[in-house]
Design a protein around this ligand. Structure first.
Ligand SMILES: Nc1ncnc2c1ncn2[C@@H]1O[C@H](COP(=O)(O)OP(=O)(O)OP(=O)(O)O)[C@@H](O)[C@H]1O
Ligand SMILES: [Mg+2]
Length: 229
C-alpha cells in the first residue's frame, strides 16, 4: 500500500449508515465528511450523537450498514485493507484509552511498533521523546493498572503517535486531564500534526480545543449538521 496519495481527501465518508442490535438502534444516519491532507477537524455534539461511532467507522473497527468509507484512497470496508491501514497509517486515541493493564506503559507503546515491524532502537528513541514531551518519562516502567486516569490518557496518546501515522483519530484525548496537562498535550499534538502535515479528526466536547482545529463540525443525532464558525 502506498503511503503518499495525490487523491484528496485523505478521509472520505459518504452517506454512511450504521446501526446496532440488528438495526434496532440507528446511530449514524447518512454521515458524509471529507478531510484533506494536513487538515485538523474537530467533531462536536452532545453525548450519544455518534462521534465515537464515526471514528470507529473511519478506523475500520466498526462495520457499516451502507455508504462508503475510504482512507488514503482505500476502501475501509475491505478487511485486508483495514488491517493495513490500522497497522501502518492510522493512530487512534480511544475515548477510554484501551491500554493493556498488566503491561507496562512502555510495553503498551511498543505494541503498534511491533505490529508494524518497526525497529526497536528507533522505537525506544521515539518513546523516550514522546514520554518526555507528555511528562511520562518516570512512568514508562510501571504497569498501566498503577497509573492515574490522566497518565493513562497521555500514555494512549503516546502509543497512537509511535508510528507517526498519517491519520490520527482522537476521541476526547484530553477528557481526563487538568488544564495544564490538557494544554501541554494539545500543544504537543498540534505541533506534531502540523509540522508533519498529518491529518487529524478529533471528537471533543471542549470548544476551546475545537477552535484550535481548522474546522469544527457539529454532529447531531447521527448526522453532521454543518460547520460551527
Ligand atoms: N455497540 C453498541 N451497541 C449498541 N448501541 C451502541 C453501541 N455503540 C454505541 N451505541 C449507541 O450509539 C449512540 C452513539 O454512541 P457514541 O459512542 O458514538 O456517542 P458519542 O457521540 O461518542 O457520545 P459521547 O460524547 O458520550 O462519547 C449511543 O446512543 C450509544 O448508546
Ligand atoms: Mg464518544
Amino acid at each position: 500500500m502506498k503511503t503518499e496519495h495525490s487523491t484528496n481527501p485523505q478521509v472520505a465518508v459518504k452517506d454512511v449508515w450504521k446501526s446496532f442490535d440488528r438495526g434496532r438502534i440507528e446511530v449514524l444516519k447518512g454521515v458524509s465528511l471529507d478531510v484533506c491532507k494536513g487538515e485538523l477537524v474537530a467533531l462536536c455534539g452532545t453525548s450519544g450523537c455518534g462521534k465515537s461511532t464515526l471514528l470507529n467507522v473511519v478506523s475500520g473497527l466498526e462495520d457499516i450498514d451502507r455508504g462508503e468509507v475510504a482512507v488514503l484512497g482505500h476502501d475501509v470496508v475491505d478487511e485486508k485493507t483495514r488491517v493495513k491501514l490500522l497497522r501502518f497509517h492510522i493512530g487512534y486515541v480511544f475515548q477510554f484509552h484501551h491500554l493493556m493493564p498488566d503491561l507496562t506503559l512502555a510495553e503498551n507503546c511498543l505494541v503498534p511498533v511491533i505490529a508494524a515491524g518497526g525497529s526497536r532502537a528507533g522505537a525506544l528513541e521515539r518513546l523516550a521523546e514522546l514520554a518526555e514531551a507528555t511528562g511520562l518519562s518516570h512512568r514508562l516502567k510501571q504497569q498501566v493498572r498503577e497509573l492515574s486516569g490522566g497518565e493513562r490518557q497521555r500514555g494512549a496518546l503516546v502509543r497512537a503517535l509511535m508510528n507517526d501515522p498519517e491519520i490520527l483519530l482522537c476521541d476526547e484525548p484530553t477528557g481526563a486531564l487538568d488544564e495544564k496537562n490538557r494544554d501541554n498535550v494539545m500543544e504537543l499534538l498540534m505541533d506534531l500534526v502540523r509540522s508533519r502535515g498529518r491529518t487529524m479528526i478529533m471528537a471533543t466536547h471542549d470548544l476551546d480545543l475545537a477552535k484550535r482545529c481548522d474546522r469544527t463540525m457539529k454532529m447531531r443525532d447521527g448526522r453532521i449538521e454543518g460547520e460551527i464558525r
